[in-house]
Ligand binder design. Structure first.
Ligand SMILES: Nc1ncnc2c1ncn2[C@@H]1O[C@H](COP(=O)(O)OP(=O)(O)OP(=O)(O)O)[C@@H](O)[C@H]1O
Ligand SMILES: [Mg+2]
Length: 236
């Protein structure tokens, strides 16, 4: 499989006042297209920083990031905006959907930034929300709100779907449904997108093609799973 993501000696240093904090320290990494990748590690290890750099939400202090053959490390703001619109979907722990827009309006927003949007209604059907199109977020359960944010992300059909603790605010049954939706994005029929999930739940490792463990801003280990389990095969 070809590499869709490559990090080459990437460091990220945050400066607050006089203090410098090395959130990522000399990280090198390759991720193949179509993989379901799980990133594990303690709080403050640098997981979100890693995700934000891959998604062009933040820029490196040093090193290179190559996405789908393009070096994004020295992109300017406009180039990064275009890169994100075209390639990246984000899903966060607390959904990030707009409270004053209905379910379908939240997903249709994507049209503002992406030309090739999958039909918003189709995306919402695929996450089982066809009955709720005209509700506002506060009329939905947490799991339903998260499915709106997944529908919004997948309606871009992004090459790379980045998920930062996507099930963190959900009960385990709803979390399992969300995981299935995410894993489906890697399938051939969905275009073999690459999905990266940051989590504190070590059980996620069982369903991953690749598990990356991060500690103190460094990659502690990268493990390939020869026989990743289906979401339903895991005892959650
Ligand atoms: N914008 C910022 N300014 C200063 N320091 C930051 C900033 N963002 C992150 N950091 C620091 O970088 C380190 C790594 O943060 P990061 O958010 O990547 O951790 P994490 O692994 O995602 O942790 P968690 O599991 O708690 O979400 C932390 O010590 C954090 O305080
Ligand atoms: Mg984090």
């Amino acid at each position: 499989m070809r590499d869709i993501i490559e990090l080459n000696t990437v460091s990220k240093i945050y400066k607050t006042g006089e203090k410098e904090y090395r959130a990522l320290d000399n990280v090198s990494l390759k991720i193949s297209k179509g993989e379901f990748v799980v990133i594990l590690g303690p709080s403050g290890a640098g997981k979100s920083t890693l995700l934000n750099l891959i998604g062009g939400m933040d820029s490196v202090t040093s090193g290179k990031i190559i996405i789908d053959g393009k070096d994004i490390s020295d992109y300017n703001e406009q180039q990064l905006t275009d890169f994100r619109a075209e390639n990246i979907g984000f899903i966060f722990q607390f959904y990030n959907i707009l409270p004053t827009l209905t379910v379908i309006e939240n997903v249709e927003l994507v049209k503002e930034v992406v030309k090739k949007q999958v039909d918003a209604k189709k995306a919402l059907e695929s996450v089982g929300l066809e009955e709720h199109l005209n509700k506002f977020p506060n009329q939905l359960s947490g799991g339903e709100q998260q499915r709106v944010s997944i529908a919004r992300a997948i309606s871009k059909n992004p090459k790379i779907l980045l998920c930062d603790e996507p099930t963190g605010a959900l009960d385990s049954k709803t979390g399992i449904e969300v995981l299935k939706l995410l894993k489906m994005q890697c399938s051939k029929s969905s275009g073999e997108n690459t999905v990266i999930v940051v989590t504190h739940n070590a059980l996620f490792a069982e369903i991953a093609d690749t598990v990356i463990r991060v500690k103190n801003g460094r990659i502690e280990s990268v493990t390939q799973n020869q026989n990743p389990k289906m979401v339903d095969e895991v005892t959650w």
